[in-house]
Design a binder for this molecule. Structure first.
Ligand SMILES: Nc1ncnc2c1ncn2[C@@H]1O[C@H](COP(=O)(O)OP(=O)(O)OP(=O)(O)O)[C@@H](O)[C@H]1O
Ligand SMILES: [Mg+2]
Length: 252
């Protein structure tokens, strides 16, 4: 459902994403991990069609995003890490607005919007303006908006940030159920526990390249002997220097 070939983004002489090749099949929940600045957000923005690649191609459901952006994007829902929401819309109006962008409206859309709001405990706030929402409430509304038009592919950048434990749990269940029904999700996260328990496959990105990719079992085999949990694997693949440097700073 998502095919990346040689995906590259350069800013001047700096290469943020360097020739990523990746195939995510239908029904898979795929996780992108990597240190700060690894190129996760840049990659996800290119996959969502809001950032132009310097080179390489993105195909969504077999459709080349550069050749037919409207058709490719109609298959997509995107949850950015720093979302923009119109402050002067109510939660319900925002969901109607997003569904409308995808040509969906009417009673079945409204019903779905209400169900999503109820799922995230936003029903009492349905008709309140977004400007009165807390950080987590906005995050939940943005997540709901990616599901309202039931896209085949959802691309999501660090969805767990700012969610309370209950909302985080609901989100995990929602992601799992959505992929079980044959939809595809690609997410980035820094929460290794989330990646480990939720994702079917994981790619560890560093310096704009995929350093390792596979199921947890495959990653375990890739990392040096003795690495069992994802934290071990992640630190081995991306460098464990930080802890030692921290001690040096504290001892100085
Ligand atoms: N508009 C831009 N101009 C110049 N450099 C940029 C721009 N956007 C991103 N970069 C650089 O590209 C690299 C990758 O950034 P990106 O936001 O993709 O990282 P990330 O993996 O999402 O990191 P984080 O975990 O902190 O969210 C960083 O070095 C960043 O400084
Ligand atoms: Mg990021």
């Amino acid at each position: 459902m998502i095919e990346l070939a040689g995906l590259t983004k350069r800013y001047g002489s700096f290469t943020a994403v360097s020739g990523i090749d990746l195939v995510v099949p239908r029904g898979e929940l795929f996780g992108l991990l990597g240190p700060n600045g690894a190129g996760k957000t840049t990659s996800l923005r290119m996959i969502a069609g809001i950032l132009q690649p310097t080179a390489g191609t993105v195909r969504i459901a077999g459709i080349d995003l550069a050749r037919d952006p409207v058709a490719a994007k109609s298959q997509l829902g995107f949850i950015p890490d720093r979302p923009f929401i119109y402050e002067k819309l109510s939660g319900m109006e925002f969901l109607r607005f997003v569904a409308g962008l995808y040509g969906q409206s009417g009673s079945s859309t409204d019903r779905r919007a209400r169900e999503l709001l109820a799922l995230f405990d936003l029903e009492p706030w349905r008709d309140e303006l977004v400007e009165s929402y807390s950080h987590g409430m906005r995050q939940k509304l943005i997540i709901a908006s990616a599901f309202v038009h039931r896209p085949a592919v959802i691309v999501v950048d660090e969805p767990m940030v700012g969610l309370d434990p209950k909302a985080a749990r609901i989100l995990k269940d929602l992601f799992r159920e959505y992929t079980r029904r044959g939809h595809t999700i690609m997410m980035s996260t820094h929460t290794l526990e989330v990646a480990e328990t939720l994702c079917d496959r994981i790619a560890i990105v560093q310096g704009g390249r995929i350093r390792a990719e596979g199921t947890m079992a495959e990653l375990r085999a890739t990392a040096a002997a003795g690495a069992t949990g994802l934290e071990d694997i992640f630190l081995r693949l991306t460098g464990e220097r930080a802890a030692r440097e921290l001690l040096a700073v504290l001892d100085a």
